[in-house]
Design a protein around this ligand. Structure first.
Ligand code: BG6
Length: 255
């Protein structure tokens, strides 16, 4: 904490809270684009935040990505957390297994001594498959649990980079370009003003279900993500943003 004063990060946090309309911003030193330990620092900050707000028997929904994977690694046992249950927030989104929401939620739970549930759904669903799958009792059960989640942890990505990572087809890449996509979060793509320009079809939590009753913690850093974070927060300012110094400076110097 003293370190933050020395580095002037405390002042940046306040400035960023005002600029983004986010209730609480936590900034860790460094640039996670360049150094991996910065993701771990964001991870520690996120775990601290989670432990400070969680009440026993909470359902915690988590998304995928390398940042959330690093956050899960930082989880440690805690009596309040061990009575909670971790679930993936949405179905598969074309990530490598270690970066999938299922894997990450299991990792969180294992380290916390808590429970988890997996969601077994394929990545790209046709409309028909989608409508019949949500009626399957085992799928319905986890979907109901996800709906009751009070806490959501998710990452934010650069739109083009995320689409490429998901091996998207060229027509879709062109659409993103045409419509000036800059941000991606849990399968939604946004332009710089925060409008949704595409939504990937998958089951689980939908963006319009993030009502005031859900405590949303976004974790994203690196200079390259400044625009993406700004765009996403225009759509829906999170309750908490955990980021790094490089992204924070980029965010504050833009516009
Ligand atoms: C994805 C999430 O798995 O990870 C997205 O669905 C997020 O919400 C992305 O944009 C971020 O990935 P990373 O690896 O940059 O943390």
């Amino acid at each position: 904490e003293m370190m933050k004063e020395i580095l002037g990060l405390r002042a940046l946090e306040t400035e960023l809270e005002q600029k983004l309309g986010v209730t609480k911003v936590v900034i860790v030193p460094g640039n996670s684009d360049e150094e991996d330990w910065v993701k771990q620092e964001m991870g520690q900050a996120c775990v601290r935040e989670l432990k400070s707000i969680i009440i026993p028997s909470s359902v915690v929904a988590v998304m995928g990505g390398t940042t959330l994977a690093a956050v899960a690694q930082m989880m440690t046992p805690d009596p309040k957390v061990s009575q909670s249950i971790f679930v993936p927030a949405r179905g598969g989104l074309g990530e490598r297994v270690e970066n999938q929401a299922n894997t990450i939620s299991a990792e969180f739970a294992d380290r916390a001594g808590a429970e988890y549930r997996l969601m077994h759904v394929p990545d790209q669903l046709s409309e028909e498959a989608y409508s019949s799958l949500v009626l399957e009792p085992s799928v319905k059960e986890i979907l109901d649990l996800i709906k009751t989640s009070r806490i959501l942890l998710h990452g934010i990505g650069d739109a083009t980079r995320m689409a490429a990572r998901r091996s998207s087809e060229e027509p879709f890449m062109n659409k993103l370009k045409r419509e000036h996509a800059v941000a991606e979060a849990f399968g939604y793509y946004f332009n710089q003003t925060g409008e949704i320009i595409h939504k990937q079809r998958t089951i689980g939590l939908q963006l319009d279900e993030l009502d005031a009753g859900k405590h949303v913690i976004s974790v994203a850093g690196g200079a390259s993500k400044a625009n993406a974070i700004a765009a996403y927060m225009k759509h829906r300012p999170s309750d908490v943003l955990i980021t790094d110094e490089a992204a924070a400076k980029g965010l504050l110097h833009n516009e």
